[in-house]
Design a protein around this ligand. Sequence first.
Ligand SMILES: Cc1cc2nc3c(=O)[nH]c(=O)nc-3n(C[C@H](O)[C@H](O)[C@H](O)COP(=O)(O)OP(=O)(O)OC[C@H]3O[C@@H](n4cnc5c(N)ncnc54)[C@H](O)[C@@H]3O)c2cc1C
Length: 659
Amino acid sequence: MSALAITPDLLLDPIKLLLNPFIQPIFVPVLYLVLDSFGWILSTWFNADRVQDEQRRVSLKPETYDFIVVGAGSAGSIVAARLSRNYRVLLLEAGSDPHPLQYIPGIGQFIYGFPEVDWLHKTVPQKFASLNSVNNQSSWTAGLGLGGSGNINLAIHLRGHKRDFDNWANITGDPSWSHEGVVPFFKAHEDYRGPGDEKYHGYNGDLRIEAPDYVGMGYDFVRAAEELGFKNVDLNGAPFTEGIREGGLAGLRVNWVNDSWAKSFMNYLGFDIIRFPIKRGVRQAPYKAFLEPALTRKTLTVRRYAHVNRILFKDGNTAYGIQYANNQLDRHGQKLVAFASKEVIITAGCMGTPKLLMLSGIGPAEHLNNLGIPVLADLPVGENLQDHLGVYLSYFTLEQPRSVLLERDLTVTQFSDWVFKGEGILTSPGCQATGVFSSSLAKARGEGDWPDLQFFFFGYAAFQNSPKHVSRLFNLKEDEITEYYKTSIGKDGAHIIVTGSRPYSRGYIRLGGSSPYDKIIIQPNYLADPDDTDFKALKEGVQKGLELMENTEAFRKLGARFNNVSLPGCQHLEFRSDPYWECFIRRFSVTLHHPGGTAAMGSVVTPELKVIGVQNLRVMDTSVEPQIPITNTQASTMMIAEKGSFLILEQWKDNNIVK
Ligand SMILES: Cc1cc2nc3c(=O)[nH]c(=O)nc-3n(C[C@H](O)[C@H](O)[C@H](O)COP(=O)(O)OP(=O)(O)OC[C@H]3O[C@@H](n4cnc5c(N)ncnc54)[C@H](O)[C@@H]3O)c2cc1C
């Protein structure tokens, strides 16, 4: 019998069995089968879990806690973990536990878009962007379950820019929201592994931040950016203390060492590989880092499948509890209430929070009146909606086998390396490098020190199922994407997403009806700002992206070339002409999933995150950001939760602490 044969002893050793060369050829078809079956895998798992949860049904009696936290996402997980150290906390989450596959960073992208883990929101049809999406509607994924969007996001850990937070301090009139004021709260939960300055990094916190074992072409991207004059910097780190090379950054002066203005100009402007909230290749934020370790506390009660429908008020405007339950989404059909003797804290995310506030009578009076909801506080809830819109510049094909081509590289060995060593391509959530920089428009406004563009680099090739996969993620028309990717599939490749990091366009979220089960109306108004600033910045960003990928030695060596097929919808235009790129931007523009601002500090909540005009109610999630930071939003959300918890603990200090 051949040494390669599958012998009985191999059947007892699954790893040896998987690594057997007989298995390798059937691995790829099996892999595709698994990837295509995620919907089924998730629904089977969650159905079983729900039945089990139902068997542990809680009593119908109203319960009283010190604090009630609504929503167990990136923010809620931290708030519940921090407060339950000292107080009795009830954490309510509409979804369930994270699915085991969600801990594998490299699989994250395949997992969203299913009702068990995703709220599956969609925007209203857009006029100026996302025009290759089905019905021009952008799909707005949002995580459902303990861990929230942190279970399904790309996990890119970037805090934002110094000026983002100094701007928050200006808007709120509270210097504690300035960069200097918030750095301690970023550091508080950080367990950082990487180069950087102690002044800006934490090393003993709950959340490991590190580079994955697999960085792929991340450094090629950073080297290419350096060729264009950008610096390789720690994007979460210290302001620069060194100068930049001659000719760098559009001819800015050199030798900045002793120039304090220049130092702050350079703060967080540059490129780097990405560090993530992962530990030995396992996703950490927020569930594993914050919530899981707190679950054994007697002071923390977590109710899953608990869809909160309304905040309860007494004495006119004092929040004292919540009502949760219903039919499909609820605690197994029970209608329940719970009371908070101190405060109710809403962390239901940028869409969930304004919805719950409005259903409870806190929102624009006219809108609530139209729906017959009695108005408790007339506030601009749902207004000020912002998101990062990105242009999906895909694919650059490569002549060198440097990218991840799923059917070639996602081998059995990669799986066993992830399981047993925490190594390999599955340790990476996908995006390998990033950079922030300013357009000429920002510079002309005198804001060259506050980047308005961001690049995300993915050294991943188009695989057989890419059209189906990308279409599902972004609600794109699959036949068009199939046509567009036809010459890229199966070839080594990479793509970048060029993002407007400081959008001027503002949208809104409104209720679709007065029932908690009515869908919300999401209008981001992408690229609708009256001066077209967002569009013009993206145009510049796209040109810079092409330059970086096609005209640098780093990528020339790899033979990088952009897709030679015209994007459906732009085929009538001269290929790669100015009008072609304008059309491309409007059509192949996708959400980066960074919505925020719908219960903003300064207009809906105070700088202490208290809802204006009512008592004992706070909001502590992405909704409170008056302007979203220039980078991804999870790190800043976790900072808000950390600072918010601190504010609460300070206020209730020494008051009925549970030992
Ligand atoms: C696909 C995707 C990719 C992303 N990639 C990145 C990235 O790489 N880096 C980054 O920094 N950011 C990323 N983000 C954004 C980031 O994940 C969010 O900004 C962050 O998670 C928001 O945290 P949150 O606590 O405000 O909301 P969430 O984490 O969404 O938490 C809200 C929670 O509230 C629950 N909830 C809502 N309504 C109710 C209700 N009525 N009753 C009970 N529970 C309710 C939800 O189920 C959810 O668990 C991404 C987001 C998505 C969706």
